[in-house]
Design a protein around this ligand. Structure first.
Ligand SMILES: CC(=O)N[C@@H](CCC[C@H](N)C(=O)O)C(=O)O
Length: 372
């Protein structure tokens, strides 16, 4: 069993070593050291790329329930008030709570390493949730298939809810997502001779503005969609006309049809920019995640469990336009995801995110109770 102080130490240690998707080398080693220090009698440990599976053998097996935690950090320069356990990986931060997700999984796993569960449990420490995605290749792996999972569960921290809150719903919880990378190629030149060049900073600026019309003009207002451009990059010096620019963003929708429609509109606008600015554009949709859709029977059962538990403040929430490759597990295996309140003034993907660590022991106790 891990004590509250040990759990907090683990979270703080993990917080200091955020690594991007499929680079979670130190994170994997750190987790393995803890997992290997637990009683091994019921455990089978296997690594998968930078991820880990830990199978816990049950006493009287009738099913296998999987619990998944994601492992990767984000390319964000930390701006929290932390002084003693700030990220030591310059430019990277656990700004999406995966340090808490892993700590909670370890806490629950440690309980079952000491107290053999009735049925089997599988703990999945999954790389690359923020991109390019670890869930789909895990599902396709022979290693994962050997465990024959009957039910799967995961959580995500929710900065906007107080500690003690569990928020979830039956059906759609998270959106369909697609990354978006557009490269514009034109003709560079001297800043004083714009008539001899095709300026990709100007072309990219027009495109970014036009992309904003898709949700407002092409998506049914009663439906929902998001086109967010998070990066615009181009040029090398203030007096040189840029021959290249790059736009990076993400698309979010409630339905596959709307995702298709938004992509069609992007492609049409890209053609217009090519024609209008006499340049060449290419589109790469990067990683695409399917929606997170909570299965009715298991989610209803978890909602009833949470309602009956005095320590839990249960919220039936609305769906969000966040994405999660956990959706791929739910395409194949019954299960659900829920939000865990961590009460931070600053939200997910914010350099100042400071989750309340009391949420860790609350989550471990609640999940142990649900899974035992
Ligand atoms: C919970 C959360 O914040 N998830 C990420 C998932 C990223 C998906 C992909 N890399 C993309 O940007 O489309 C999110 O941004 O919602």
């Amino acid at each position: 069993m891990l004590t509250v102080d040990e759990l907090i130490k683990i979270r703080r240690d993990l917080h200091q070593i955020p690594e991007l998707g499929y680079q979670e080398i130190k994170t994997q080693r750190y987790l393995l050291d803890i997992i290997e220090s637990l009683p091994q009698r019921f455990l089978t440990i296997e690594t998968w790329k930078t991820g880990i599976f830990v199978h816990v053998k049950g006493i009287n097996v009738s099913e296998t329930i999987a619990y998944r935690a994601d492992m990767d950090g984000l390319p964000i320069e930390e701006e929290t008030s932390y002084t003693e356990f700030r990220s030591v990986h310059e430019g990277n931060m656990h700004a999406c709570g995966h340090d808490l997700h892993m700590t909670i999984a370890l806490g629950v796993l440690a309980y079952f390493a000491h107290n053999q569960p009735t049925s089997n449990r599988l703990f999945i420490f999954q790389p690359a949730e923020e991109g390019p995605g670890g869930a789909k290749p895990i599902l396709e792996s022979i290693q994962f298939k050997q465990w024959k999972i009957d039910k799967i569960i995961a959580l995500h921290i929710a900065p906007e809810h107080p500690v003690g809150t569990i928020a979830t719903k039956v059906g759609l919880l998270f959106a369909n997502t697609s990354e978006l990378f557009i490269t514009l190629k034109g003709k560079g030149g001297h800043a004083a001779y714009p008539h001899t060049a095709n300026d990709m900073v100007v072309a990219a600026s027009h495109l970014v503005t036009q992309l904003q019309t898709i949700v407002s003009r092409n998506v049914n207002p009663l439906d929902a969609g998001v086109v967010t451009i998070g990066v615009i990059r181009g040029g090398t010096k203030q007096n040189i006309i840029a021959d290249k620019a790059v736009i990076e963003g993400t698309i979010r929708t409630r339905s596959i049809e709307t995702m298709k429609k938004i992509k069609e509109r992007i492609e049409a606008l890209v053609k217009g920019i090519e024609f209008g600015f006499d340049c060449t554009l290419s589109i790469d949709y990067g990683a695409n995640y399917c929606q997170v859709y909570n299965h009715e029977a298991v989610t209803t059962d978890f909602i009833a469990f949470s309602e009956a538990k005095k320590s839990v403040n249960l919220l039936i929430c609305e769906e969000a336009m966040t994405g999660e490759d956990f959706g791929y597990f739910l395409e194949e295996i019954p299960g659900f995801m829920f939000w865990l309140g961590v009460d931070s003034k600053y939200g997910l993907h914010d350099a100042r995110l400071e989750p309340n660590e009391e949420a860790i022991s609350f989550a471990v106790e609640t999940l142990v109770d649900y899974l035992k």
